[in-house]
Write a protein that binds this ligand. Structure first.
Ligand SMILES: *[C@@H]1O[C@H](CO)[C@@H](O)[C@H](O)[C@H]1NC(C)=O
Ligand SMILES: *[C@@H]1O[C@H](CO)[C@@H](O)[C@H](O)[C@H]1NC(C)=O
Ligand SMILES: *[C@@H]1O[C@H](CO)[C@@H](O)[C@H](O)[C@H]1NC(C)=O
Ligand SMILES: *[C@@H]1O[C@H](CO)[C@@H](O)[C@H](O)[C@H]1NC(C)=O
Length: 246
């Protein structure tokens, strides 16, 4: 019996922006290598809710996953991450964008300003592969997008843009958000775009817009002190400035 066992260790010491650090991927196999889960982690409700997700493999799914995390420099034992299979509804308020073909795991009660290491291991009958990642919650903060963006005419030729904080960000009084506004229009076929902010307010009045022109408005939310990154843009809201009679 000569089952050839192959161990692949890939060092991925790249930091993309302030994103989590992909520490290393380890694949132990005999035969076809199982796919290593590609894991993405973010904190949508600082300091409470950190989620990691990875896609359900399209073919040869693992028999199961083992998801653990621990403090990088801590003496304490490894904790198991709360695994949520694709398509299951959970009592935990999962990110609204959570799609049905993603595995998710939930990491409650992480300590502030602490490096964590997460290990997502896909176990196959013929071997296993692990994705290890280091992150600090502060670096991976990304709120959900603001909601209820509404745009209405205000005074003559002006617009009022209003929105509400993402409801999933529950510590708004302790960790306020700031907002960026993007508006886009077409100038004789050329796409144009302009940004406003950051603002702490949840409304802004815009002046000097062109009558007859159509604008698309979007808002993103970021932690006030600048932790992590801005949320995804909210879905665009369209408005056409009325033509004023001469
Ligand atoms: C280990 O865990 C205990 C209880 O949760 C905690 O009080 C202690 O500070 C932790 N030790 C380290 C080194 O993080
Ligand atoms: C943000 O946008 C990306 C790319 O469109 C998408 O994959 C992701 O699920 C979105 N995240 C949230 C929280 O809406
Ligand atoms: C990752 O988790 C797997 C499964 O629990 C374990 O076998 C492996 O040793 C872990 N890797 C590291 C580097 O801790
Ligand atoms: C956030 O976590 C803290 C500490 O566990 C808890 O006291 C608080 O109620 C949580 N807040 C929300 C909105 O989940």
């Amino acid at each position: 019996m000569s089952a050839s066992v192959c161990v692949t260790v890939t060092l991925l010491m790249s930091v993309v922006g302030s994103q989590a650090l992909d520490l290393l991927r380890v694949t132990t196999t005999s035969g076809d290598p199982p796919s290593t889960p590609t894991v993405h982690c973010w904190c949508s409700n600082y300091p409470n809710a950190t989620f990691c997700t990875w896609p359900k493999p399209s073919r040869s799914p693992p028999t199961h996953y083992i998801a653990t995390y621990s403090e990088r420099h801590g003496q304490n034992s490894t904790e198991r991450c709360h695994l949520i299979p694709p398509g299951s509804s959970s009592s935990i308020s999962a990110p609204s964008s959570a799609s049905d073909d993603l595995w998710r795991c939930y990491l409650p009660n992480l300590k502030l300003l602490t490096d964590y290491i997460i290990n997502i291991t896909a176990v196959h009958s013929e071997g296993s592969s692990s994705h290890l990642m280091i992150f600090m919650m502060e670096d991976i903060v990304k709120p959900d997008p603001p909601v209820q963006v509404r745009v209405s005419p205000h005074n003559v030729r002006n617009l009022m843009v209003k929105w509400s904080a993402p409801p999933t960000w529950t510590s708004l009084d302790i960790f306020p958000l700031k907002y960026h506004i993007r508006y886009q229009w077409n100038n004789r076929g050329t796409p144009m775009s302009s940004n406003l902010g950051p603002l702490e307010d949840t409304k802004i009045e815009l002046k000097g817009l062109t009558p007859g022109r159509t604008y698309l408005f979007q808002v993103c939310a970021r932690e006030l002190l600048g932790l992590g990154e801005c949320s995804n843009w909210s879905s665009p809201v369209e408005i056409t400035i009325p033509r004023t009679k001469p």
